[in-house]
Design a protein around this ligand. Sequence first.
Ligand SMILES: [Fe+2]
Ligand SMILES: [Fe+2]
Length: 211
Amino acid sequence: MASDKKAKKNGVNPDISDIHEYRKKLKKILKPERYEHSLSVSFTCVCLAMRYGVDLHKAEVAGLLHDCAKQFSDEELIKLCKKENVELTEDILKAPQVIHSVFGAVYARKEFGIEDKDILSSIYYHTLGRPDMSLLEAIVFVSDYIEARRFKAERLPEIRMLAFTDLDRAVYEINHDTITYLEESGGYICKDSYDTYNYYKELMKNRELPI
Ligand SMILES: [Fe+2]
Ligand SMILES: [Fe+2]
């Protein structure tokens, strides 16, 4: 195509038609502010992928689609999980705001045709994380917290800088602050969240970094 030729000549990779399709579809599904957040997470993922040598395209897609099931209500998500045989533990059912990430991985595969396992697991774990996350999983987890439109978390400037100097440390600090916030506000904390937190806390201790 002429536009492809022009893009190539200008040194721009024209092979991003899938991204455009995902964006179009996502824009129709999500509320405008959620779509804006998804774009912002996607761009932040790309920046971190540049920093840590991760596939840029995978990072862009994973960030873009991480909240692709966010438009469903808790009740709808529980029903959809049942229909698709997605296991929801008692623990996760106590924190229904987490279900969109679990079902999101299924939805990204079914509705957006994503087959890449690392992208799907990055969507699955973007809320609670897991011990020893892959680089892409950690990038999506951190980007969701630090993207440019976020403003509420107290230590955002510090954690944003950390994300680009020590990704594991950023994961640890995000878990720490999220758990502290939930403890103080009386929110339910999933066991998986503690598992992630304890793993990264141990990692910091082993590196003899102050915690
Ligand atoms: Fe989310
Ligand atoms: Fe998000």
